[in-house]
Design a protein around this ligand. Structure first.
Ligand code: TRP
Ligand code: SF4
Length: 404
């Protein structure tokens, strides 16, 4: 409950700048962002503070990754005229909200986040027994809540962080959304909607609270959203009043689960830096052709004359991403009958990956030659993000009795 209305939800997502982006990022995340930017107001940011939680011993790799990451976003089709692109540490409001949220977040909630222990196990060579690393999911909550984002596109591994965010928002609303004169203020706000709407609102509220009528709740929410005469603060108050709670200071976001990317790595496992099986978006043509030429195939196809089975071959998974039915049929037939060799079979994949990456690399090269343009674009995004962030932060300060 207390969620943002889906039609006008802001979308927010972030990416850690810890190395070069690869085809897995493109197929798994960036294509999705490009689509979302046409459908919602989107905020996409470089999570440089998050990178510090794991790379604090050598942060010197971060700045180049930040710039290259934004360049790759743009090269992939993310558009700064449609989405707000910014850098986390340039919007210090995230840090203040993180601090304020930390006051109300039970330690156990953070210790129980699955990635906390998992990552410590996985990254054994790093000392992650730090305050920053424990607090990292809460920093993510602040990232999300400061924009009152309704939808957070994330992979499976990040859903627990969105869930934590929902719990923290709920707790904050519960603690600070109950003003002593809430009832009176709410009724005064209802009156401001005009006689007809006020009567309708009361009726819908009653239907929801007394009969649990969810449709009435939806209608009442929509009615609230279209009111021109009441302030944002009053809208939030009435959202809470409607549901029988206090004022909604921070709405609860929803994860927007991106379909698991089918992008395989060079060894057939999911493409990921930690498996060392990636093709970088900036890989030189020769380099990526070589990577694909030397990738493993069906291990049971030892000699050219041995028939193979695409189901056992990582190259086939690439055909599934890149090839049309005709080529796929050619692979199936040719592989099983030993009619084609593996080198031959890989060629259409090599061509397709090159065709996909070349225009992106060209655009990236153009941005690389215009550092000033890039700088200005990010500065503008930072400023746009800050405006929204400042407003939310002010509301939270007020709710927590810090507006002097
Ligand atoms: N934690 C995310 C990751 O490791 C990155 C991230 C930081 C993020 N803040 C976010 C993603 C807010 C979505 C929303 O991939
Ligand atoms: Fe794999 Fe193609 Fe070789 Fe068959 S012919 S084993 S699908 S690379």
């Amino acid at each position: 409950m207390n969620e943002v209305n889906a039609q006008q939800a802001r979308v927010l997502s972030g990416m850690r700048p810890t190395g070069a982006l690869h085809l897995g990022h493109y197929h798994g995340v960036l294509k999705n962002w490009v689509r979302l930017q046409h459908e919602y107001p989107c905020f996409f940011f470089v999570a440089d503070w998050h990178a510090l939680t794991t790379h604090y011993e050598d942060p010197t790799v971060i700045p180049a990754s930040v710039t290259n990451m934004v360049i790759d976003w743009l090269a992939a089709g993310v558009n700064s005229a449609q989405a707000t692109l910014f850098i986390q540490s340039q919007v210090p409001e995230h840090a203040e909200l993180h601090l304020l949220l930390s006051m109300i977040t039970p330690l156990g909630w953070l210790e129980r986040v699955p990635s906390y222990k998992d990552q410590q196990e996985k990254l054994k060579e790093k000392d992650l027994a730090t305050y920053g690393f424990l607090g990292y999911p809460l920093l993510q909550s602040a990232d999300i809540l400061i924009y009152k984002a309704g939808l957070v596109p994330v992979g499976e591994d990040q859903v627990a962080h969105v869930e934590l965010t929902r719990e923290v928002a709920r707790r904050l609303n519960h603690l600070y959304g109950r003003e002593p004169d809430f009832e009176q203020k709410s009724q005064a706000a209802v009156k401001k909607m005009g006689k007809k709407n006020a009567r309708l609102f009361d009726k819908l509220r009653k239907a929801y609270q007394e009969q649990g009528d969810h449709e009435a709740l939806e209608v009442a929410r929509a009615l609230l959203q279209e009111q021109q005469n009441i302030t944002l603060g009053d809208k939030e108050r009435l959202l809470g009043y409607l549901e029988g709670g206090g004022r909604v200071i921070l709405p609860e976001p929803q994860p927007l689960l991106t379909k698991a990317s089918k992008m395989p790595g060079l060894d057939g496992q999911k493409m990921s830096k930690s498996y060392g099986n990636t093709i970088a978006l900036r890989a030189e043509t020769d380099e990526l052709a070589k990577q694909l030429r030397t990738m493993p195939t069906d291990t049971q196809r030892v000699r050219r004359n041995d028939p193979g089975d695409p189901a056992r071959c990582p190259v086939w998974q690439f055909h599934e991403v890149y090839s049309d039915d005709e080529v796929k049929e050619w692979v199936q037939q040719g592989c099983r009958s030993a009619g084609i060799g593996c080198v031959e079979c890989k060629q259409p994949v090599i061509d397709a990956v090159i065709a996909e990456l070349q225009p992106m690399q060209q655009r990236a090269a153009e941005y690389e030659q215009q550092p000033e343009l890039l700088h200005n674009m990010i500065a503008e995004g930072n400023e746009k993000a800050r405006e929204v962030a400042r407003e939310t932060l002010q509301e939270v300060r007020q709710a927590m009795s810090l507006a002097y």
